[in-house]
Design a protein around this ligand. Structure first.
Ligand SMILES: NC(=O)c1ccc[n+]([C@@H]2O[C@H](COP(=O)([O-])OP(=O)(O)OC[C@H]3O[C@@H](n4cnc5c(N)ncnc54)[C@H](OP(=O)(O)O)[C@@H]3O)[C@@H](O)[C@H]2O)c1
Length: 277
């Protein structure tokens, strides 16, 4: 994958490999398959309990470490100063790395003072635990607040985004501050692939529905997508999206699938989400 997004000093491959729910040998194998297929961006988290497997795959693969952009995340109950550093150091140990390319606050905490959460994050960068830092599941107002507290550049906000979910408000906030928006659940866990409009465009272009939806993501300014698959063929399919483009009209038809109940990930600890634009 040669498509990249530049964001406040970071150069991030526009398609990353998501690893949530992949564990142990399956995870190790699928990360190797992804690297073979050309992925140079791998997304994990302390909470996924697969960092050892991801680290093994990175270590065993011929691709030089420096060519791979590795993201991990600190869970929301570990955001106090001290806890945060410990969590990040344990992630590095499990991954077998000196430093990750990107370290994210996985979710904002409703219980820990906000300024301390951002201070912990920035301190991790100063300590050299991560080349870059960022956030995940931050709404536009939370991102504005984070920008006021941060004394290091934030490079990405990882959020749920797919055609069913209008995320123009948080996308605009990311653009305003130069952050990439990294779209998780980019194919809505598969459901959007059966939409008539997606299937029609796929047929017209002789591509698969997943390729059409992933192309829709990366054609949006500053947007990255991190699809996950446990199927080697689909892993390869999901990154093979460079040699075609969607027209503005096709982009609009896919965006037209947005609906008020389009959000899939909404746990108890979630912040109050942005309204649709
Ligand atoms: N920051 C956060 O809070 C957060 C939350 C959720 C996810 N994430 C990250 O985002 C990544 C992606 O999100 P996700 O895993 O929730 O959902 P997703 O990537 O939208 O969907 C994954 C599902 O789609 C299927 N799939 C993948 N490629 C396909 C294709 N080409 N054709 C048909 N089906 C396909 C997979 O099945 P098969 O395995 O059978 O192919 C799997 O069931 C995660 O793995 C994780 O790294 C972050």
């Amino acid at each position: 994958m040669t498509l990249t997004v530049s964001a406040n000093g970071a150069e991030i491959p526009a398609i990353g490999f998501g690893t949530w729910r992949l564990r142990d040998d399956v995870c190790r194998h699928m990360v190797e398959v992804a690297l073979d297929a050309g992925y140079r961006h791998i997304d994990t988290a302390a909470a996924y309990e697969n960092e050892v497997a991801v680290g093994d795959a990175l270590k065993n693969h011929v691709t030089p470490r420096d060519d791979i952009f590795v993201t991990t995340k600190v869970w929301y109950d570990q955001l106090r100063e001290g806890d945060f550093q410990r969590s990040a150091e344990e992630s590095l140990k499990r991954l077998g790395l000196d430093q990750v390319d990107l370290l994210l606050i996985h979710w904002p905490s409703p219980d820990i003072p906000f300024d301390e959460q951002i201070r912990s994050l920035c301190k991790a960068k100063k300590q050299g635990l991560a080349r870059h830092v960022g956030v995940s599941n931050f709404t536009a107002p939370l991102l504005e607040a984070a920008m006021r507290h941060a004394d290091e550049p934030l490079v990405a906000n990882q959020v749920e985004h797919h055609p069913y979910l209008d995320q123009r408000v948080v996308h605009a906030a990311c653009r305003k501050h130069g952050l990439a928006m990294t779209d998780y659940a980019p194919i809505a866990r598969g459901s959007v692939l059966e939409e008539k409009v997606v299937m029609e465009i796929a047929e017209e272009k002789d591509r698969t529905p997943a390729q059409v939806v992933l192309r829709w993501h990366v054609q949006q300014e500053g947007v990255i997508a991190i699809p996950r698959s446990s199927n080697a063929e689909r892993v390869r399919e999901n990154i093979d999206i460079e040699d075609f483009a969607l027209t503005p009209e096709e982009m609009g038809r896919i965006s037209g699938l947005a609906r008020p109940d389009g959000r899939e990930v909404d746990p108890d600890w979630a912040p109050q989400w942005d309204e649709a634009a």
